[in-house]
Design a protein around this ligand. Structure first.
Ligand code: NIG
Ligand code: FE
Length: 414
C-alpha cells in the first residue's frame, strides 16, 4: 500500500511558485496548472502536475478523485491577529461610527484597556472557547496558519494565560497557531505611565518565562503616542533581540516614523503603515522586512489604507493580514479585506494572492508553506470555480468549499 495519495483533478491549480519575493507581480507571472493533480505523502506535497500524468507516474497511489470544477491554491496565512480576547467592544464601535473620538471612547471605559480587564477576568476555559471559535471560523474560511498575539493580559498571569490558551488550541485544532508575545501593547496601569519601568519588568520577569516554557519565539510592540515612545521601543527591541526573539511591530498606524525605529532591529515584518510617508516607504522597501497591510483596521476605524501600491512599486514585499481584534478590526475576514485593499490600492490578483500566501509566510519565517510545490506542506484550499479570477471578484463572498491541512481534508470535525 502506497503512503502517497493523488488528489484531483483541479481545473486550475495556482501554485504561487516562481513569483518574485518582493515588488510588483503581474498576473501573467502566475503559474496556473490546468487539469492538475497533487500527490501528497503525510503532511507534505510530493508532486504537482497534470492529473493524468501523475496518475500514470504514481500507479500505486490511492486517488482522491474530485467531482466538479475546482480551482485550488495554497491555504491562506493570516500573519497578524489578536483573536485571543475576553469581552466585547460593540459599544466602542457604536460610539465610533456615531462620531466619538478614540479619547472619548477610552474615557467612557472602552479601548484596549477594557479588553484587558475582560481578558484578565476570563477563566482559562472561557478564553479557550472564545479563541477556539475564532480559530475555527478562520479555518473554515481557508486560513490554515494564523499568528495570534497576547497583549490583553499585561500582567504575568494573564499574559501567560493567553499564551497557554494559544498553545493548547494549536495542539487541538488542525490550523497552525503561531504565538507572539505582545506584552508591549500598552503599559499596565499599575505602572502609572512609567513605560520604561513596565518594559523593564517585561524583560526581567515575563520574557524569560515565555522562553523557558517555549510559549513564543516572537515579540511585538505597539509604537505610537498612545502606547510606547521611540525611546522605549529602542530599549525593548534591543533587549528582545539579545534574548533571541524574532521581532515584529505595530508601526506608523496613526503617526509616521516608528517603522524606522523597528527597522533597526531586523524585524520579520513591520505592520500597519497606514501613516507611512515616502521616507518610511523607501526605508521599508530596501529592508528585508515584510510590509504588512492590515485593511481590517482601516475598515474598522474608517482610516486610510496602507499605501500598498507605493510600497510594491518601491520594491517592498507586501503582505496582507486581518488584524482581527475586538476593537479596531472586529470583522476578521482576510479574503474580503484583501479584495477590498486590491480595489482601493490597485493591486493585481497576483500581488493580492501573494500577500495572503507565500509573502505572508515569510513574515512568520515559515518557508515550508504558502506555495504548492514538492517539499512544501500540503495546506491547500479549493474554490468551486474553474477561473481563479472569481476568487477576488466576489470580494470575499466566495469561500473555499474544500480545505486540506497537512495533507488531510478537513470535514465536519471543525
Ligand atoms: O492592531 N494598534 C494596536 N493594537 C490593535 C488594536 C487592539 C485593540 O483595539 O484592541 C491593532 O489595531
Ligand atoms: Fe494589531
Amino acid at each position: 500500500m502506497s503512503d502517497k495519495t493523488l488528489i484531483g483533478p483541479f481545473r486550475q491549480l495556482l501554485t504561487m511558485d516562481h513569483l518574485p519575493e518582493s515588488g510588483p507581480v503581474q498576473d501573467e507571472q502566475l503559474q496556473i496548472l490546468q487539469n492538475a493533480g497533487m500527490v501528497v505523502s503525510g503532511n507534505t506535497i510530493v508532486a504537482t502536475g497534470s492529473f493524468e500524468q501523475l496518475r500514470k507516474e504514481h500507479r500505486d497511489a490511492p486517488v482522491q478523485e474530485l467531482e466538479g470544477h475546482f480551482c485550488a491554491m495554497p491555504g491562506l496565512i493570516d500573519a497578524h491577529t489578536h483573536i485571543c480576547w475576553g469581552g466585547n467592544r460593540a459599544a466602542d464601535f457604536a460610539m465610533r461610527i456615531a462620531g466619538k473620538s478614540y479619547l472619548e471612547i477610552a474615557e467612557s471605559g472602552g479601548g484596549i484597556w477594557s479588553t484587558v480587564q475582560h481578558t484578565r477576568e476570563a477563566s482559562f476555559e472561557e478564553l479557550y472557547q472564545n479563541t477556539r471559535n475564532h480559530a475555527t471560523t478562520l479555518l473554515k474560511e481557508g486560513v490554515t496558519t494564523v499568528e495570534v498575539k497576547s497583549g490583553y493580559g499585561l500582567n504575568f498571569d494573564s499574559e501567560i494565560k493567553m499564551l497557554e490558551v494559544i498553545q493548547s488550541i494549536n495542539m487541538e485544532l488542525a490550523i497552525d497557531l503561531v504565538p507572539t508575545c505582545l506584552a508591549a501593547h500598552i503599559a499596565d496601569k499599575s505602572f502609572h505611565g512609567d513605560q520604561m519601568a513596565y518594559l523593564e519588568w517585561v524583560v526581567r520577569e515575563l520574557l524569560p518565562e515565555v522562553t523557558q516554557r517555549s510559549l513564543s519565539k516572537r515579540v511585538d510592540i505597539f509604537i505610537e503616542k498612545s502606547a510606547f515612545t521611540h525611546e522605549a521601543a529602542h530599549y525593548y527591541l534591543a533587549r528582545a533581540r539579545e534574548m533571541g526573539f524574532e521581532i515584529t511591530a505595530h508601526v506608523d498606524q496613526f503617526t509616521a516614523g516608528s517603522s524606522l525605529v523597528a527597522l533597526d532591529y531586523h524585524p520579520l515584518s513591520v505592520d500597519h503603515l497606514e501613516a507611512s510617508t515616502d521616507r518610511e516607504i523607501e526605508a521599508i522597501a530596501i529592508s528585508d522586512a515584510v510590509a504588512m497591510a492590515l485593511p481590517g483596521a482601516s475598515i474598522g476605524l474608517g482610516e486610510r489604507f496602507t499605501p500598498a501600491r507605493k510600497l510594491l512599486d518601491k520594491g517592498a514585499c507586501l503582505a496582507i493580514a486581518s488584524d482581527w481584534n475586538p476593537g479596531s478590526a472586529p470583522q476578521g475576514d482576510i479574503l474580503m479585506q484583501a479584495s477590498l485593499l486590491a480595489t482601493y490600492e490597485h493591486l493585481s490578483t497576483a500581488e493580492t494572492l501573494s500577500g495572503i500566501t507565500h509573502r505572508t509566510a515569510k513574515a512568520l519565517g515559515l518557508m515550508d508553506r504558502g506555495l504548492l510545490k514538492a517539499g512544501c506542506r500540503a495546506d491547500f484550499i479549493a474554490f468551486d470555480t474553474d477561473d481563479y479570477r472569481n476568487i477576488l471578484y466576489h470580494q470575499g463572498k466566495m469561500k473555499p468549499v474544500k480545505i486540506w491541512k497537512s495533507g488531510s481534508e478537513i470535514h465536519g470535525e471543525l
